[in-house]
Design a protein around this ligand. Structure first.
Ligand code: NDP
Length: 451
């Protein structure tokens, strides 16, 4: 049977665009449909604008520190509209780059919604149907809010980049990546931030010691963090929204932001009708090659809810092309993925937390916490944490956890060593780079605890 395309990609985010481009470069006839903006969550409403906001939010601290270093420096206040205009111009530029990459590689694009009609047919919103030998679902995810009174009036991370003005006060609900990152950003930009997290400590699933230090430093920096606390409901009030909390308090905030998780975009996609299985959260069920139970349909990225990170979606896209178009079956390696949480302080992590490692085998823990030179000289009390989790049996470094300025940059490098299977002895025989913070990663001699 002759198909219109070799590959039809639904979704123009990081994963979908990469798969489309690489397949097209290899000679495949490729089309891609995107209902919103090209670049997806990462470029348009996630990693990129978030990181630019992190940078913006750090300047007041830099200016204060500059004074401690002898500079005459004063902050004249933050001009949100000016920053926002520049931010969106940058996002427009990046979206243009994504569109250009597709166009210059011969990928045909459809700026509209697409859904499956059957295993080889895609239905477009304008009524057209096209056929493809392979269909790749890369529709990502979206923020979800809990079902409680008034929640429809709360904002999500999607809205934060479009606010007309920065609020005076904001309540953030959640304790994951997004909640903690925006607590730091908005606090740095001068918003009075309160954060409710229902659990005992933020950033569930990460190393406990790291979580503890991040929470402590966030509080020191001015975030009013309430653990074991959740929102019961919200209603309009003079000056914003009146919030009822599980701890019995009521308070009015200008804005309420829900960072209570994300859900895969699979609703009304024709997936189940075409025989594609969905999981409990609505995620597309795939095997290690990103193939669904329908052989011609594959899915990558957040829509599969495996590891919801941009570089992982990109890898899944590349592995898909390698498997399907280059005749080289390539499973996606989801082991030892380094990642950073852009909290303030920043957190970089790779491998097992101390708690996870202890459940598997006896380990030694090497850990140091100290005031870094640059901040200490400026009179700050900020502490950093460097931690290695080491297997007693093999001496391998099973996990590395860094809470420090620039931790994201550091963990990318440590990630190579850990992925290569480096042992603690390998770390020890690496000469320190002095004076740096990260030299501590290779100078920790005695375990602080073992067993
Ligand atoms: P997460 O799943 O990380 O966190 C959701 C948070 O909301 C958790 O603290 C959760 O609590 C809480 N929560 C869930 N439901 C409710 C509820 N009904 N009431 C109150 N609290 C609730 O989601 P995020 O939205 O923060 O991030 C989504 C994903 O995006 C991340 O997992 C990550 O993969 C990715 N991401 C990566 C970034 C990076 O690489 N720097 C940045 C941002 C996002 P509990 O812990 O109790 O379940």
């Amino acid at each position: 049977m002759a198909f219109d395309y070799d590959l039809f990609v639904i979704g123009g985010g990081s994963g979908g665009v990469r798969a489309a481009r690489v397949a097209a470069q290899g000679g495949a006839r490729v089309a891609l449909a995107e209902v919103d903006r090209y670049g997806g969550t990462c470029v348009i409403r996630g990693c990129v604008p978030k990181k630019l906001m992190v940078f913006a939010s750090e300047y007041p601290g830099h200016i204060e520190d500059a004074q401690s270093y002898g500079w005459t420096a004063h902050s004249g206040g933050f001009d949100w509209p000016a920053f926002k205009t520049k931010l969106h111009a940058e996002l427009d530029r990046l979206e243009g780059v994504y569109r250009k990459i597709l166009g210059s590689n011969g990928v045909e694009t459809f700026d509209q919604r697409a859904r499956l009609r059957d295993a080889h047919t895609v239905e477009l919103a304008d009524g057209r149907s096209v056929t493809a030998k392979h269909i790749l679902v890369a529709t990502g995810g979206r923020p979800v809010k809990p079902d409680l009174p008034g929640a429809e009036d709360g904002i999500t991370s999607n809205d934060i980049f479009h606010l007309d003005d920065l609020p005076r006060s904001m309540l953030i609900i959640g304790g994951g990546y997004i909640a903690c990152e925006f607590a730091g950003i908005l606090n740095g930009l001068g918003v009075q931030v309160t954060q409710f997290y229902r659990g005992a400590q933020i950033l569930r699933g990460f190393d406990e010691e790291a979580r503890g230090l991040i929470a402590e430093e966030m509080i020191n920096n001015g975030v009013d963090l309430h653990l074991g606390t959740n929102i019961l409901g919200m209603e309009p009030a003079e000056g914003g929204w009146r919030i009822k909390a599980t701890n019995g308090t009521e308070q009015v905030f200008d804005k309420v932001m829900f960072a209570t998780g994300r859900a895969p975009n699979t609703a009304d996609m024709g997936l189940e009708e075409a025989g594609v299985k969905l999981g409990r959260k609505g995620e597309v069920i795939v095997d290690e090659y990103s193939q669904t139970g329908v052989p011609s349909v594959y899915a990558i990225g957040d829509v599969t809810d495996r590891v919801n990170l941009t570089p992982v979606a990109i890898r899944e896209g590349m592995a898909f092309v390698e498997t399907v178009f280059n005749g080289n079956p390539t499973p996606v390696d989801h082991e030892l993925i380094p990642t950073a949480v852009f909290t303030q302080p920043e957190f970089g992590t790779v491998g097992l937390s101390e708690e996870e490692a202890r459940e598997r085998e006896p380990v030694d823990i090497y850990c140091t916490s100290f005031k870094p030179m640059q901040q200490s000289f400026a009179g700050r009390s900020d502490r950093v944490l460097m931690k290695l989790v080491v297997s007693r049996a093999t001496d391998k470094v099973l996990g590395c956890h860094i809470v420090a300025p620039g931790a994201g940059e550091m963990i990318q490098m440590v990630g190579i060593a850990v992925k290569m299977g480096a042992t603690k002895t390998d770390f020890d025989r690496t000469v320190a780079v002095h004076p740096t913070m990260s030299e501590e990663v290779v100078t920790m001699k005695e375990p602080v605890r073992g067993g």
